[in-house]
Design a protein around this ligand. Sequence first.
Ligand SMILES: [Mg+2]
Length: 233
Amino acid sequence: MRDAELIIFDCDGVLVDSEPITNRLLAQCVSDAGWKIDAAYSVTHFKGRNLHEIHAEVEQQIGKPLPTLLEDYRRICYKVFESEGVPAIEGIHDLLDLLDEITQNAPLQAPHRCVATNAPMRKMKMTLSGSGLIERFAHRDDPARETLFSAYQIEKWKPEPDLFLHAASTMGHDPASCIVIEDSVSGVKAAKAAGMRAIALAALTPPDALQQAGADRIVESHAELVDELRSRM
Ligand SMILES: [Mg+2]
C-alpha cells in the first residue's frame, strides 16, 4: 500500500458497518412487497450491486411494477441512520491513523485517499458523518478538493470501471498507481476492469468469490493490513 499514490476506499462494508442494517431493511421492504427473503439472502445476492438492477429483479420475481420500492427503502434507511447512527468498521480508524503517520513521516511518498461508492452521495455523507469518518477523508493538500465519489454523479455503477476511473482522474492519479479496498464482488471486478490493484476485505463475502472476481489480495480484517504495513515501516 505504501507504493500506491492513491487508495480508493469503498464505503459500505469497508468504512462503515452499514451492510447489516441496510440488508435487513432491504429484505424487509422486498418481503413487504411480496417476495419473502431474509437479510442473509440480501447479503448474498444484493450486496454491492446497483440498486436499480436489484429493483428490476424484485419486480420480475414478484411479477408487477413496484414504483415506490426504492423510495420506501431509502426513506427507512435514512431514518434508521439518523436515529441509530452507523458504526465504523472495526479497525478502520487504526488503519487511517497509520496512513496519517506515514504521511507525517514521508509526505511526498504517502498515498492520497478517497471514497468511491455505488450509493447516493447523501447516504455516503450521512453514514461517514454518523461514524465519525468524514473528516478523515478531507484532501490533505486542499480541503476544498473533492474526495467523495458516488456512482450517481456519473450514472455508472460498479462492476463498471467508470467510477474508480473518475475518482482517480479527479484526484490526479493513474489507474495503475491506485489501490482499491473493497468488500464485494462487484467492487473487485470494477477495480480490476479499471486496471487497479484490489485488496478485498472478506467479512460478509466468501473469500473464494472475491478471489474469482480477481482480488489481488484478500484480508480478513483491517487489522491484518495494519500489521503488515507496520512490519514494513
Ligand atoms: Mg461495499
